[in-house]
Design a protein around this ligand. Structure first.
Ligand code: PLP
Length: 451
């Protein structure tokens, strides 16, 4: 592709494509990078520039771009069956994938309800939990507990259980109200605690207080286990998720784990809940499920929840929900190929060294001026940049330091997307140690150059 093609593509993009989470005035004044190819950890633009994909195609990519085995599985499936509905029919790939998911999921999650993206996986979780209590003879249990800083997607139900004012406040009049619990954002603890080792998790005590008051009317609690992603890659203290599980049990509240971002190896285990030794009542999956190839999602649940929906048709216990592309066989074939790669390449084992190396590099960043906190969970990191590391005073939003750092990194051949002034590190899990070194060198140099 030559430069004039790039010019045309940019012109058409500015003229017709409305980009997500983007102020289009700024975009229209820019020269968009147009990606045309992917190779392993790298993406390549229309002018031949290569960028290390530091955000794994928005937190989805697992085995690298254009991985041969997944490409072949998709090509074979396209030639066999491109789509068939799950309404009234089964298809082989959706069946086989459900079986594989049950084998690797936290024990007890044995039913799989498919959809197409993370938001719908969460939306389905919420509707399932709601309807479950209707069938249990407790119709008053209609509310949800969600966390401050939570992000569960952009559909109305998913936004309702979200807690990021910047994204969600404008839609409040359209949403169902939730009971919002404090999240353990220890660097900016809302209870003013500075000693996280000895704070006794006051946020959990507040959660329990809310449960005591509201349990009789609460259907479920929605949590991003281990890491609140879009909230700022906020890592929860060890044991937090386990304690939340205990509280949900004590107060008879269904626990919905949104593993859309953290599932499929991202935290070093196949699923984040595994690291805390718990099984949620409902688990939402997407993003990494197809290794970042195709839209697919799954909401998994237990026999107990499923059984509540079983009855004669006239009893009206059916779960009336379904999307056109539910269980699409091409997406399911990609997901099966990805799970084969997890096994054949022993991907989870290979992460130990990378996670250790990432930890070392992040630790070193603590010495860099304007780095307030570095947070890591497995192959996820957030680097919070602040105006004053001593007082933790944030950079003013409008200075857009995070974006400046990411643009600087782009000049060094790295693509990053910040969350405000938090630099996100979220590369494909297949990244090599050398590439990880390149990524962290580039991030460190960019932070030093800009701040
Ligand atoms: N849940 C979590 C934890 C997420 O991080 C996201 C997306 O970033 C979603 C849900 C929504 O997923 P999707 O964008 O596929 O709708």
């Amino acid at each position: 592709m030559n430069t004039s093609d790039t010019k045309t593509l940019r012109e058409y993009d500015r003229a017709h494509v409305w980009h997500p989470f983007t102020q289009m005035k700024e975009w229209e004044e820019s020269d968009p990078v147009v990606i045309v190819r992917g190779e392993g950890t790298w993406i390549v633009d229309s002018e031949g520039n290569r960028y290390l994909d530091g955000v794994a195609a928005i937190w989805t990519n697992v085995h690298g771009h254009c991985k041969r085995e997944i490409n072949e599985a998709i090509k074979a499936q396209v030639d066999t069956l491109e789509h068939s509905t799950l309404l009234g029919l089964a298809n082989d790939k959706a069946v086989l994938l459900a079986r594989r998911l049950v084998e690797i999921a936290p024990p007890g999650l044995c039913k799989v309800f498919y959809s197409d993206n993370g938001s719908t996986a969460v939306e389905i979780s919420v509707k399932m939990a709601f309807q479950y209590w209707q069938h249990q003879g407790k119709p008053e249990k209609t509310k949800f507990i969600s966390f401050k800083n939570a992000y569960h997607g952009d559909t109305i139900g998913a936004v309702s259980v979200g807690g990021i004012d910047l994204y969600h406040a404008v839609f409040r009049p359209l949403l169902f109200p939730t009971i919002q619990a404090p999240a353990p954002y220890c660097y900016r603890c809302e209870f003013g605690e500075r000693d996280r080792a000895n704070c006794g998790m006051r946020c959990l005590k507040e959660l329990e207080r809310l449960m005591e008051i509201h349990a009789h009317e609460v259907a479920g609690l929605v949590i991003e286990p281990l890491v609140q992603g879009a909230g700022g890659m906020i890592v929860q203290p060890d044991g937090f998720v386990r304690r939340v599980r205990e509280l949900c049990d004590r107060y008879d509240i269904l626990m919905i784990a949104d593993e859309v971002a953290v599932g499929f190896g991202r935290t070093g285990a196949m699923f984040a809940c595994e690291r805390e030794g718990i099984t949620p009542d409902i688990m939402a999956l997407s993003k990494g499920i197809t290794a970042g190839y195709l839209p697919l999602a799954a909401t998994m649940t237990t026999q107990k929840i499923y059984d509540a929906f079983i009855g004669e048709y006239r009893e009206m216990k059916t779960f009336f929900h379904g999307h056109t592309f539910t269980g699409n066989p091409i997406a399911c074939a990609a997901a099966l190929a990805s799970l084969d790669l997890f096994e054949n390449e022993r991907l989870l084992d290979s992460l130990t060294n990378k996670i250790g190396y990432l930890a070392e590099r992040l630790q070193a960043l603590n010495e860099v001026r304007h780095v307030g906190e570095v947070r890591q969970c497995g192959m996820i990191a957030g680097i919070e940049l602040v105006k004053d590391a001593e007082t933790r005073e944030p950079f003013p939003w409008e200075e857009r330091v995070g974006i400046q750092v990411c643009l600087e990194a782009r000049n060094r051949g790295i693509f990053l997307r910040p969350l405000g002034n938090i630099i996100v590190v979220f590369p494909p899990l297949s990244i090599s140690l050398d590439e990880l070194a390149f990524l962290m060198d580039g991030i460190e140099a960019s932070i030093r150059a800009i701040t």
